[in-house]
Design a binder for this molecule. Structure first.
Ligand SMILES: N[C@@H](CCC(=O)N[C@@H](CS)C(=O)NCC(=O)O)C(=O)O
Length: 263
């Protein structure tokens, strides 16, 4: 303890006062707890890739369970293990069964990788990081897939008055105009959460890709990451399989109808 305080002081003196809060936060991070055995139940090309990618970024060991090239077979493995909510990812964490990729990422980072892939709690980037961690599923994926379902039933003639696919992606586009990553200055777990729904937005033709150049540039930076490439090699060895069909058209671009006043 004494030794780390001494190092902190001398480093602070070397790099100047501005760096001191960052160094203090890292030095005060709790020590990592030992990682229990982790098994990831996986479907190729689906959200379980997030956990594989996280483990690759961290260099942590894990067991990956899926049937290569066989989504139904992989699903049967998940159902056998967790019959009530068979979803990908389902993770065996020690003797506990976990779902919800965002919660799994937060757990692994906070308990087993303190100071990594999350901005310091007291930093300006932390609130943004946490918002995107939750936005990825809570608003982005939820609204994309509800639009997808509605639009496959009946293609839209005009944009919805509700916050729609275009709006939820635009919000991300605007943020990336000001920040390199969804974690702010550095890549974080929030970037891992955001990749799947942003790929779905353009892959399913829910939005017009060329309207979102910041998102496109961010995806290119993600795809260049060695850990992302290792994830693809292990978790999607034959490329994307069994994807949902693309919409023939997305919602017409342009402003939304103004909300009608209540009757
Ligand atoms: N919010 C959950 C969503 C999990 C989820 O819906 N995964 C999809 C695959 S991408 C799934 O298991 N679908 C099967 C089903 O809905 O029956 C998470 O982030 O982990």
């Amino acid at each position: 303890m004494k030794q780390s305080m001494g190092r902190r002081a001398s480093l602070g003196a070397l790099v100047g006062l501005a760096a001191a809060p960052l160094i203090a936060s890292k030095a005060s991070a709790k020590p990592a707890s030992p990682l229990p055995p982790i098994t990831i139940y996986h479907l190729e090309g689906r959200r379980s890739e997030r956990i594989v990618w996280l483990m690759e970024e961290l260099g942590f060991p894990y067991d990956l369970k899926f049937k290569r090239g066989d989504l139904a077979g992989s699903m049967a493995l998940i159902r056998q293990f967790s019959p009530v909510v068979p979803m990908a990812p389902t993770v065996k964490y020690g003797d506990q069964v976990l779902v919800e990729s965002g919660a799994i990422i937060e757990l692994i980072l906070s308990r087993h990788a303190p100071g990594r892939l999350q901005p310091a709690l007291d930093s300006r980037d932390y609130p943004d990081h946490l918002m995107w961690m939750h936005y990825a599923e809570g608003s982005l994926a939820a609204r994309l897939f509800s639009d997808y379902r509605a639009w496959t039933a009946q293609p839209p003639k005009q944009r919805s008055r509700l916050v729609d696919s275009e709006a939820v992606v635009q919000f991300a586009e605007n943020f990336l105009g000001q920040h390199a990553w969804f974690g702010g200055a550095a890549f974080s777990g929030a970037d891992i959460m955001m990749m799947f729904p942003l790929n779905a937005a353009t892959g399913l033709n829910l939005v017009e890709e060329s309207q979102f150049p910041n998102v496109a540039a961010w995806k290119a930076r993600i795809e260049a990451r060695p850990a992302y490439q290792r994830m693809l090699a292990k978790a999607r060895p034959d490329g994307m399989i069994g994807g949902l069909p693309r919409l023939p058209q997305h919602a017409p671009a342009g402003p939304r109808e103004p909300p009608k006043p209540p009757a």
